[in-house]
Every structure is written in C-alpha cells, then in structure tokens.
Design a protein around this ligand. Structure first.
Ligand code: VGL
Ligand code: ZN
Length: 204
C-alpha cells in the first residue's frame, strides 16, 4: 500500500511568502497530478505559535540565518513564518486539497522546532503520522513538497527510520539552498540512507 505525503505546501514557503522557496510554486501542478494516483494522501503543515523559538524576531539582536542553541538543540533562526491561523500558514490556493485524507501539524511547541512530519527535532514530540500510516497498511511512502533541504530531508530520514520504503519525487520538491549545492548534497545523502530518487513521470 502506497501513500503520498505532501510536505508544507504553504503560502509562506511560496514566492511572495516570508520564507519563500524559489520556484516552489512550480511543484504544485505536479503534485495535483500525482494525488489521484494514490489510495491515501496525507499532508504536513508547519503551524507555529507567534512566540516560536525558531523565529529570529523572538531573540533580541539575532537575524534569520543565525545559528543558536534552543532548549539544548542546535537551531537555525528563520523569519516569522507559518504562524497558526494566518494566511501564510494556509495551504496554497493552487493546491487541490480535496484528495487530502488527513493533515498533520507540526512546530506547535515554542521550545523546539519540528522539520520532520513525524517527530520534532528533539525526537520527543510525535505527530501521530507513523501510527496513522501503519494502521492504514502503508508500506511505501512517496514524498513531495518543501523544502528539500529541511522538512523534506528530516521527514525522509524519519520515514526510513520508521521502516517505510521511501521514494522522493525530485521534480515535486524544491529547496532553500541556503548554501549553494545544499540540495544536491542532501539528495545524495538521502540516497545513501536508502531513499529512492524518482521523477513524477515514473510514479505509476
Ligand atoms: C521549514 C524551515 C522552518 C520547511 C519549516 O518546511 O522546510 N523550513 N520551518
Ligand atoms: Zn517552521
């Protein structure tokens, strides 16, 4: 049983948003086309309280991109993004949300960031995604969304750790590339962990 997991296709991660991933919008028609090919479609949604510790604005004298320690965990600071109940946290209007069976929110604890759709960065909080997929008999998980070098990467690693066969649909993901080459390097690293790289045309 295969499922499609759509990671963080939210306004703030799209062109015009506060943490825009360049060309992020280009993946939306690809994802819309993929959804009907799956028995089960789930999505993750970055969903932060306004006082979240990953926001540079909540640390005096800090800027986005700075590296700090947050509650004992290494933390990259970000612009304010995906604040709960704001337009920036909504899924893109261009995304066809009707086929999405369940949404898993993450990043609600202000003291710890949560890149993965499964667990927070401290590996303590659990969104319930793994149990949900296993209950539904999912063995193969196809990943699409934003951003390749953060949330997609952490989700892919946890999915492997949870025992799923993981396919990353490369043309249905885009990355931040904070340092040029990050995305390519991360794809190779994920491949070495057992993640299969495929294109949308190869999904059948
Ligand atoms: C993400 C940075 C901060 C992502 C979320 O969805 O990749 N990146 N929060
Ligand atoms: Zn976030």
């Amino acid at each position: 049983m295969k499922a499609l997991l759509i990671i963080d296709v939210q306004n703030d991660f799209l062109p015009g948003g506060s943490l825009a991933v360049s060309e992020g919008n280009e993946i939306i028609p690809v994802i819309n086309h993929l959804m009907p090919q799956f028995d089960l479609v789930v999505a993750s949604q970055d969903w932060h309280p306004a006082d979240h510790g990953s926001f540079a604005a909540n640390h005096s004298g800090r800027n986005p991109g700075d590296a700090i320690t947050l509650n004992g965990q290494p933390q990259t600071l970000w612009p304010v993004h995906c604040v709960e109940r704001t337009q920036g946290a909504e899924f893109s209007e261009a995304l066809d949300c009707a086929p999405i069976d369940r949404v898993f929110r993450k990043g609600q604890n202000p003291l710890v960031d949560s890149y993965s759709a499964f667990f927070d960065n401290a590996k303590q909080g659990d969104t319930g995604l793994s149990a949900f997929l296993k209950e539904r008999g999912v063995t193969q998980l196809y990943l699409v969304g934003l951003a390749t070098d953060y949330c997609v990467k952490f989700t892919a690693r946890d999915a492997i750790g949870e025992g799923f066969a993981v396919e990353l649909v490369v043309d249905a993901c885009r990355g931040v590339d904070l340092v040029a080459g990050d995305v390519e390097r991360i794809l190779r690293e994920l491949e070495s962990l057992g993640v299969e790289m495929i294109t949308a045309a190869e999904v059948v």
